[in-house]
Write a protein that binds this ligand. Structure first.
Ligand code: F3S
Length: 392
């Protein structure tokens, strides 16, 4: 891989041990993926912030980095952690878990990362189209590539962090314009009635496309929050890191590509496979974290209604968006729902609540929750989730 004089010096340790380590790993990864050079990045987004999923090994790694004076050299944001202030009490977590989580978040801050603690950093610090990024968090990666038009591969937590320190990432995969075209076409043979039908289609597309870029023919316009959830579902069904919409690129270039049709029955099948039948005690909306549009919709659906006794309704969003919309937050919480920040049901310790079944509108959450928290999941649309939570 070609390195500039400065990059050679960093690799040789002349600019300190932190940069040396970052460069060693990035150059190794670059060689592995056939990159010819490193490309400067505008930002990094780092996952692995929840102590539940990252564990002690992350703390040790970060302690070592902090000890040698590592610092992010570009804007670097953080994914959700295991709890916010209110959940800390609700979950009745052991003191050592609370301490470990707080140390983990503190170490990221010490390394110069912003305490955004959200999987939708783009609503606060939005990259520009064409900028190169090193983002982990598959739902944010696919949104950045497909909706914003920025360039990022699907990084792991360590490679995103080391890219933040170096301010660069290997120039391969989705950083190269020639790799950003679709290689399969998916046609939805029905008009999705709600976001769940759309997102379940996305999960199926991810399963089929795997790491290829799908082009979607969808028979209606999609809003930003629908696109956000569609990408998240696709990226959890497969290793998909980017999709395109046929309406954006025109139908001409799609002639020679493999085509797959998706019908409503295929989507019902996905929902059935990700769902169980039990009665949900916890209803969770906000995977990925809710946007302003979703908070408005939820506030409207909850107007004049109360969460039923024995049910909990959690709405997860970013600290930034909650603070930006105090009126929406109070309108939602007037129903007895909680607007939680910094965390989500998937990366928190929801099993400590003693709930057996969680309802959600997110196929991504439905896919991960049983394995991570041992709970069953009922997939339902946002509207149905609110109806399950509330008396009429
Ligand atoms: Fe975000 Fe948690 Fe879903 S981090 S994408 S809300 S699993």
């Amino acid at each position: 891989m070609y390195l500039t004089r400065e990059e050679e010096r960093a690799l040789d340790g002349e600019l300190g041990p932190a940069l040396e380590l970052a460069m060693k790993v990035l150059v190794k990864l670059g060689d592995l993926f056939g990159a010819e050079k490193l490309v400067p990045i505008s930002s990094a987004h780092v996952s692995g912030i929840s102590y539940k999923t990252a564990g002690d090994v992350a703390i040790e790694f970060l302690r070592d980095l902090a000890q040698v004076g590592a610092r992010a050299s570009v804007l670097a944001t953080t994914n959700p952690c295991g709890f916010d202030e209110r959940l800390k009490g609700l979950l009745d977590l052991p003191a050592e878990v609370i301490e470990a989580q707080e140390e983990l978040v503190g170490l990221y801050s010490k390394l110069g990362l912003r305490r955004t603690l959200t999987c939708v950093p783009y609503y606060q610090l939005r990259p520009k189209p064409g900028q190169h990024l090193a983002w982990a968090e598959s739902s944010a990666v696919i949104y950045a590539n497909s909706v914003i038009g920025a360039y990022t591969n699907r990084e792991g937590a360590p490679s995103a962090l080391l890219a933040a320190i170096a301010g660069k990432t290997p120039d391969h995969g989705l950083h190269r314009p020639e790799n950003r075209g679709p290689s399969m076409v998916f046609k939805l043979d029905f008009k999705p009635r709600d976001e769940l039908e759309l997102w379940a289609s996305g999960f199926l597309i991810g399963q089929v496309a795997k790491d290829r870029i799908p082009c979607l023919l969808v028979p209606r316009g999609l809003s930003d929050w629908e696109l956000k959830g569609l990408g998240a579902a696709m990226a959890s069904g497969g290793m998909t890191a980017m999709f395109t919409l046929a309406s954006e690129i025109g139908h001409e270039g799609l002639g020679g590509l493999e085509k797959v049709s998706i019908g409503r029955e295929d989507v019902r099948d996905v929902v059935d496979k990700l769902s169980s039948q039990g009665e949900p005690e916890l209803i969770f909306i906000g995977c990925p974290h809710c946007s302003t549009e979703e908070l408005e919709l939820i506030a409207t659906l909850l107007r004049g209604r109360r969460v039923r006794p024995g049910k909990q309704l959690w709405i997860c969003t970013s600290r930034y968006l909650r603070a930006s919309h105090p009126g929406l937050t109070s309108a939602i919480e007037a129903s007895g729902a909680l607007v939680l920040v910094d965390t989500c049901v998937v990366v928190s310790w929801v099993e400590r609540l003693g709930v057996d079944v969680v309802a959600t509108n997110s196929p991504k959450a439905a896919y991960y929750l049983p394995g991570l928290s041992g709970v069953e999941v009922q997939l339902a649309s946002l509207r149905e989730c609110i109806n399950m939570a509330c008396a009429s």
